[in-house]
Every structure is written in C-alpha cells, then in structure tokens.
Write a protein that binds this ligand. Sequence first.
Ligand SMILES: Nc1ncnc2c1ncn2[C@@H]1O[C@H](COP(=O)(O)OP(=O)(O)O)[C@@H](O)[C@H]1O
Ligand SMILES: [Mg+2]
Length: 260
Amino acid sequence: MMMTGSCDQASVPILSLRNICKRFSGTQVLNDVSFDIFAGETIGLLGDNGAGKSTLIKILAGVHRPDSGEMDVDGQPVDFATYAIGRARNYGIETVFQENSLGEQQPLWRNIFVGRELPNRFGLLKIGEQKKVTMQILRKYVGLQGKAINADSRVSTLSGGERQGVTIGRAMYFNARLVILDEPTTALSLGEVGRVLNFIRQLNCQGSACIFISHNVGQIYQIADRFIILDRGQVMGEYRKNEIAADQLSNHLLQLHNQV
Ligand SMILES: Nc1ncnc2c1ncn2[C@@H]1O[C@H](COP(=O)(O)OP(=O)(O)O)[C@@H](O)[C@H]1O
Ligand SMILES: [Mg+2]
C-alpha cells in the first residue's frame, strides 16, 4: 500500500509507464521513462525547461506516440497504434495543456464538450443540455456568479484564471481519473492559484490522481504526495514527500540546472 496524504488510495496503479522513449528529429527527448500513478495521489513532475515534461504528458494524453515503451491503464496494456486524445478521455485521462487548448472564438459550451461529440460512457447530450451543464460547471468551478459570462460566451472574453477554471471544471465534471496539469498556475493570481490547488485536493479526495507540473517548488511541495524529477529526458529522482524537504528538492533542481 502506497502512503499518501489524507485520502485513500488503491494499490493497483491507474497508469503505469515503462521505458518510454521519444525522439524528435534525431534528438532523444525521453529516455527510458518509467513510473506508476496510483488513485488518489498527486505527482509533482519537476525539471528544467526542455527536460521533456510536456512531451511526456502529451504521450499520456494521446497527442504524441512514443518510439518505444509501454503503458498500462488499470493493468491493461494500451495499444499506442490506436491511442489518441479521444481514447485517453475515454480512459478518464484529462489534460490541461501548457498551451491554451481552448478554442478562442468558440463558445464555452462547445469547448466543454469538444471531443465528446462521439457517444462514450456519458452518452450524447443535446445542445440545450450541453449549455445547461456548461452553466453548472461555470458556477461550480469557475465562480462566475454575477458576471456577464454564460455558456454562449467566447473564450476570448475570459481571464487566464477563468480559462484554467473551465478546463479543470471540465475534468472534474467528467469525473476524470487522472488529471494532468501542465504549468497551470504560471499566469495566475494568488487567489486563482489557491483555487487550482483546491481543485487538486478535491480530485484526490474523490479518488482521482493528478500530475502537476510547475516551476514553483513551493506550490508543488504543498500539493504533491510524490515528486518525480526529469532531467534531459530521464528520471533523475523519485521521492515521497517524507523522503525530501522542500529546500532539498529546490537544491536538487538547482544542481541539475547548473550542471548543463
Ligand atoms: N513537436 C516537437 N517537435 C520537435 N521538438 C520538440 C517538439 N516538442 C518538444 N520538442 C523538444 O523536445 C524537448 C523537450 O521539450 P518539452 O517536452 O516541451 O520540455 P519541458 O516541457 O520539460 O520544458 C525540447 O528540446 C523541445 O524543443
Ligand atoms: Mg513544458
């Protein structure tokens, strides 16, 4: 049984990676990356710019295909030949990408349901219902009471924090089992950061797992149960919170940075 924060956790990994390798035009970006993710835990993924963090999570999310390596979901092997974003979502893997992944000129309700037009375990919802659910998500996760924002609003009218709220709210609503957040707090105000960290705690308590990428070691240390350090495509360290102090974690990263 893995030990984590305050929430319960199963002993079979939700997701298991083994020896994931990826090259971009001859450059080895990921080299033999292996780790497990368990229900109810948050993994802090750390590493310098260019370490391969975003590439790794894009493989989990079905955006990129690895050159070699294996991935299991609930102990079942995933066939990378047919793995894609839609399939990842059907497995309950939701990703908030580093680059804004919302359609700027599209209304919010379309953004909430994008990629779910195909029947899945939620079935097909009519447009009216999609808008209703969008309003629920806005009220519950984005806190837009009193603002002139509704299901038909364009994404371009939302602040950075509100956009993150929409993507995270989408993940919460669809009951994601693994939520991946790639530097979600970089452009946020202090209050908005608090909101994101609270979402993650809620996710963990409902048994979902989270991978949280940030350059802010303080934030990562607050929220994560385990830390995985990626350096030039390789896992250079894996710690549980009780094995490393926040300043040791910072120093470790600084040393890797200075090695270059
Ligand atoms: N689509 C791509 N095509 C070519 N090279 C890429 C692509 N995506 C990322 N890279 C390269 O892979 C390396 C790792 O990038 P990335 O995964 O974004 O790192 P991180 O998120 O840790 O900053 C970088 O050298 C980057 O330039
Ligand atoms: Mg990145």
